[in-house]
Write a protein that binds this ligand. Sequence first.
Ligand SMILES: [Zn+2]
Ligand SMILES: [Zn+2]
Length: 93
Amino acid sequence: MAPGSIQAPVEPGLETAESTRGSGGGEGRIRCPKCGWSPRREDRWMCSCRHVWNTFDTGGVCPACLKQWTETCCLACHKWSPHSDWYPKDQAR
Ligand SMILES: [Zn+2]
Ligand SMILES: [Zn+2]
């Protein structure tokens, strides 16, 4: 954006990982098997008991009522998929 003096401040202790680059390229990340949307840490799901939490923090278990959600609704495409399908599977590389 700003040509001329390019001095990108390097955060100490932060390695420039090429795998984590802003948007897209979420290999090995949790994502919706239907549309490919990746949930973030701050995304929240609501249980039938009205508790709100990040379902991937607990593997689909509501920490309030301990209900096991075998399917997870995508916040982007609003489709339900088996919780295990959200996790990356071993793929031949
Ligand atoms: Zn609950
Ligand atoms: Zn989706």
